[in-house]
Design a protein around this ligand. Structure first.
Ligand SMILES: [Zn+2]
Length: 100
């Protein structure tokens, strides 16, 4: 999890999601196996959202409930490449951020 002052939530670009099938329990790792979590993993990119922390890393825990808005174009690219925003950003140059 992010340190205080370093969360994507504070950028206003991220949301934490849950669903009726788990009684709207928040920050639940098992969310990935719920019908809502499965649907989000398959379709969130179509609405411009990407799962920010799809893998356990040294800095972040797996957070299947945390989605960040990056726009449909980039979200589609990330979905196709099966990469997180951070993984993609680390492999690209700032030139990709040029407004088209
Ligand atoms: Zn979150």
């Amino acid at each position: 999890m992010a340190q205080p002052g370093h969360s994507e939530h504070q950028l206003g670009t991220a949301v934490d999601l849950t669903g009726a099938s788990i009684g709207y329990l928040g920050a639940y790792t098992g969310f990935e196996s719920t019908k809502e979590g499965i649907w989000l993993a398959a379709h969130a990119y179509q609405y411009g959202f990407t799962m920010s922390y799809p893998h356990e890393t040294t800095e972040y825990i797996f957070e299947p409930w945390h989605y960040r808005y990056v726009g449909v174009s980039l979200a589609t690219t990330l979905h196709t490449l099966d990469m997180s925003f951070d993984e993609y950003y680390a492999t690209t140059t700032p030139m990709i951020w040029k407004v088209q």
